[in-house]
Design a protein around this ligand. Structure first.
Ligand code: SF4
Length: 880
């Protein structure tokens, strides 16, 4: 029998089915009955089964790097927190948690900190994801409510995607839109993004906006809506305040700040104005900005002014990055909120929560938001910190500052599933948490749909659920009676019951209809959108605000006058945009385990425009050194017109665990949005120069690769492969040779035994080494003065085989072996060479590529890239 659970990655919240195999493994498929995905999964979801092994897991508590019992570890944690609170007050301690947590975990962490410790110093990595949307919603609607449902994306006549590479970051939603467009080609997709992406490739219109030009663009749209008579004045009169002030601000806005031509703006405005059914989707490109909240309100203003909200196929739609960012918001997972969508600043709300929890105290003021929290750490104000299920030492802006700040905190606890993370390496105590397949609870996706995560694996060794760890800590602090839950179902019931407070104070969140769920009912809970009222499911739960009913005291929405920020270009600096890639998740602690996922983009890169690369003297395959703030990082130059001139894009996934110096968030600044406190992670300003490598290398190995033998200043990045591991390396100084080279080869591959064969190519200056042990090729290393050009797929395929050393060192597919080239389709490992062969054989469409190679026929995440590849490759092949 299959087990229904939910994908733990992005905010789409896809349902998955787990089947246990006879060999003890699991298969993961999309749940055809789940309303988020109807059976679809993206590449990451499809590869979940490959991330479940225990390699690298934290399986027992550790104190100072040494194993400890749970009792000893939690005694120490309680002693340190109690001591800090006694000597320095409740605000001297803090929790930093995660949108990866289940709602039940989140609820307990909040109750503990805000009601029992008595501080609001609990913030979450969701601050980095969607705090600006929360603030914008509250300003406009009076509550943090997402008014739309996914089906609105399919029924809209115009979908505007702004600040969202949906094709890579929310692939299943993008597939739903793409399928709707295929069925109704007249449906239009407009993507607003400074760079070309997989999403822009499938859009009707790409507006390559200037970074942070969104307020100017949507202000311009609002002014156009007024000028063209598209404002619904009757609806505004019934439901909305602030139109005139918002219009004055919009009409004063300077359209040139968009960086777009007047004609491009006019075309977009006209399309928007004339299309009643429009959904505007926004994500991190809007939120992660110094003007993020204003951007959100600029978008909401246009929808409120035209009453394009709450009707099928309409609305502003914030899609969250994390799987449970929404659940965290519901239970007060941000430092400035109380559980159940109540406000810390409101004495009546505080009193109600205090009474409901029967807690000894209640926080009296907002706590420290993420950036402020780590600054407080650096200032010595935080004496005990607990980081749960997240990795701030690499994911926060100015990450090296945060890592240094963590080193100064007198006592740091990290709960995680992974033994080695950049943050865990700095902790005094490590606590082993259960992972995705072992956890039970609920998550809420971007359309307010609550789904169950169900455990299908036993907790390994000493790992425990986060809620249980926190409850055991609470007991040691003396609050055992109030944290004596036996199951997550009990916690969920308490939380659902608590939403009666939200109702009492006229807020949107309502789960009272789930408050009486039995254990069996909780186990069987089907995906459900809130509100779920005690009076029964609301017929129109899919949408809010179709007939007004906003959550300000007068039940009217607010249009907020917003001013476009000045776009400051720093002379000589590049604008650094950061983001995600299709096949990795956050800091790769899970997705990095899958060789298939690592095959798509295997090393940290930076997209740079060809003319900028030429100006810097950087050629194909060479490396770029970026300097920003006080950090430097080295990245492979991906020279492409996808990047605009003067702009760079680098993904945020790589850490100190898999590279030497390529964690891009070290280069970003601690600038935040003044309203939401969300960091402006897409607004880095960096200097770039060619990394003057004296040598480049490529290593493939059966064994895990150790990068520690490389000295400072050298570039190194490693990844999984289907036969083991690979690493790209380079150095600024003379390449090691002779015994030093063979010693480095053995040290990096952890091999003291085995014979090394070595060949040198005088013409290219390349040195190639193969390490064979008992007839098996266990590693191969290619070093040369230029970027190593060889078929990595061919080399990887020889590792672990009996391939003779000299044949492997050819670095290309040998007779009888097919070289598929760089991987495009992760599900079926289809590379560019295989796609080229299919096009040569007559494939003319994405569907025909799929028929011939299987590419794009499983999860579909690569279809935008297949389309882009066809567009470029077909004319080239036809001309040959
Ligand atoms: Fe998981 Fe992909 Fe669905 Fe996101 S779109 S929830 S990553 S399967």
């Amino acid at each position: 029998m299959s087990i229904k659970t939910t994908c733990p990655y992005c905010g789409v919240g896809c349902g998955v089915l787990i089947e246990k195999t006879a060999q003890g493994g699991v298969t993961v498929t999309g749940d055809p009955e789940h309303p988020a995905n109807f059976g679809r999964l993206c590449s990451k979801g499809s590869a979940l089964g490959e991330t479940l092994d225990l390699e690298g897991r934290l399986l027992a508590p550790q104190i100072g790097g040494q194993p400890a019992t749970w009792d000893t570890a939690l005694d120490l944690v309680a002693e340190k927190f109690r001591g800090a609170i006694r000597d320095h007050g409740p605000d001297s301690v803090a929790f930093y948690v995660s949108g990866q947590l289940l709602t039940e975990d989140y609820y307990i962490a909040n109750k503990l900190m805000k009601g029992f410790i008595g501080s609001a110093n609990i913030d979450t990595n969701s601050r980095l994801c969607m705090a600006s949307s929360v603030a914008g919603h509250k300003r406009a609607f009076g509550a943090d409510v997402v008014p739309c449902s996914y089906e609105d994306l399919e029924t809209a006549d115009l979908v505007v995607l702004t600040g969202s590479n949906l094709a890579w970051c929310h692939p299943v939603l993008f597939q739903r839109i793409a399928a709707a467009k295929e069925a109704r080609p007249e449906m239009k997709i407009v993507t607003i993004d400074p760079r070309e992406t997989a999403t822009t490739a499938l859009s009707d219109v790409h507006l390559a906006i200037a970074p942070d030009g969104d307020v100017a663009l949507f202000n311009g749209l609002l002014a156009h809506l007024e000028a063209s008579g598209a404002i619904d004045r009757a609806a505004v009169a019934r439901h909305v305040e602030g139109l005139e002030q918002a219009l004055i601000a919009a009409q004063a806005s300077d359209l040139s700040k968009t960086g777009l031509s007047a004609a491009a703006c006019a075309e977009f405005f006209d399309l928007w104005a004339k299309t009643p059914k429009v959904v505007t989707v926004y994500s991190q490109g809007v939120n992660q900005s110094g003007s993020g909240t204003d951007k959100v309100n600029a978008i909401l203003n246009c929808h409120l002014a035209t009453n394009r909200i709450g009707q099928p196929g309409t609305g502003p739609f914030s899609v969250t990055g994390q799987p449970n960012a929404m659940g965290g918001r519901e239970v007060g997972g941000l430092a400035n909120m109380l559980a159940s969508h109540l406000d810390i600043e409101n004495p009546a709300h505080r009193s109600a929560v205090h009474t409901y929890w029967k807690s000894p105290r209640i926080c009296t003021k907002p706590g420290l938001k993420a950036v402020d929290l780590f600054e407080a750490c650096a200032q010595g104000k935080i004496k005990a910190l607990w980081v749960i299920s997240t990795n701030p030492a690499v994911s926060m802006p100015d990450a090296d500052f945060v890592a240094d700040a963590l080193k100064t905190v007198p006592f740091t606890v990290v709960s995680d599933i992974v033994a080695r993370t950049d943050t865990g390496d700095l902790a005094d105590v490590l606590l082993p948490a259960t992972g995705w397949g072992e956890k039970s609870g609920t998550v809420t996706n971007s359309e307010r749909r609550i789904s169950r995560q169900r455990a299908f694996l036993p907790a390994p060794e000493q790992a425990r659920p986060d809620w249980q760890i926190l409850c055991q800590f609470a007991a040691k602090m003396g609050w055992g009676a109030q944290f004596s839950y036996a199951t997550p179902a009990e916690i969920f019931r308490e939380y659902a019951t608590m939403t009666a407070l939200s109702r009492r104070f006229g807020r949107a969140l309502d789960l009272t209809g789930l408050a009486q769920l039995s254990g069996a009912g909780y186990d069987a809970l089907e995906p459900v959108q809130w509100p779920v009222s005690v009076e029964g499911p609301r017929q129109d739960a899919a949408r809010f605000f179709g007939t007004g009913g906003y959550f300000h005291p007068d039940h009217r929405a607010r249009m907020v006058p917003v001013t476009a920020p000045d776009l400051k270009a720093v002379k000589g600096a590049f604008r650094l945009n950061t983001g995600r890639i299709r096949d990795q998740w956050h800091t790769m602690t899970r997705s990095g385990k899958s060789a298939r996922l690592s095959a798509h983009l295997a090393e940290p890169f930076v997209e740079i425009h060809p003319e900028d690369a030429a100006d810097l003297g950087v050629g194909a395959g060479e490396l770029l050194m970026l300097s920003g703030g006080r950090a430097q990082g080295v990245f492979r130059a991906l020279i492409t017109t996808r990047a605009a001139r003067g702009q760079l894009f680098a993904p945020m996934h790589w850490t100190r665990q898999n590279t030497r110096s390529s964690h891009v968030n070290a280069l970003t600044l601690r600038t935040t949005d003044p309203v939401s406190g969300q960091p402006a992670l897409k607004s880095g300003s960096v200097a770039a120069r060619r990394y003057e490598a004296k040598w480049y290398g490529y290593l493939a190995s059966v064994n895990a690769i150790d990068l520690d033998g490389l000295t400072n200043g050298e570039y190194a990045a490693k990844a999984r492969t289907v036969t083991g591991y690979q690493a790209e390396i380079a150095g600024l100084h003379a390449a090691p040779s002779g015994d030093a080279l063979t010693a480095l080869f053995r040290q990096m591959t952890g091999r003291t035994l085995g014979e090394i064969a070595q060949v040198s190519d005088v013409k290219t200056g390349q040195t190639r080494l193969a390490l064979t042990h008992e007839g098996q090729l266990v590693a191969a290393l290619f070093m040369g003065p230029a970027p190593v050009s060889l078929s990595r797929a061919a080399v990887i395929n020889t590792i672990g085989t009996q391939t003779p050393a000299l044949m492997a060192l050819a670095g290309r597919a040998s007779a009888g072996m097919v070289d598929d080239g760089a991987i495009v389709c992760a599900c079926f490992s289809v590379g560019v060479n295989a796609l080229t062969r299919a096009i040569e054989a007559g494939a003319q469409s994405v569907a025909e590529l799929g028929e011939r190679t299987c590419a794009g026929t499983n999860c579909g995440s690569c279809r935008p890239e297949l389309a882009a590849f066809l567009k470029v490759a077909r004319p080239r092949i036809a001309a040959e």
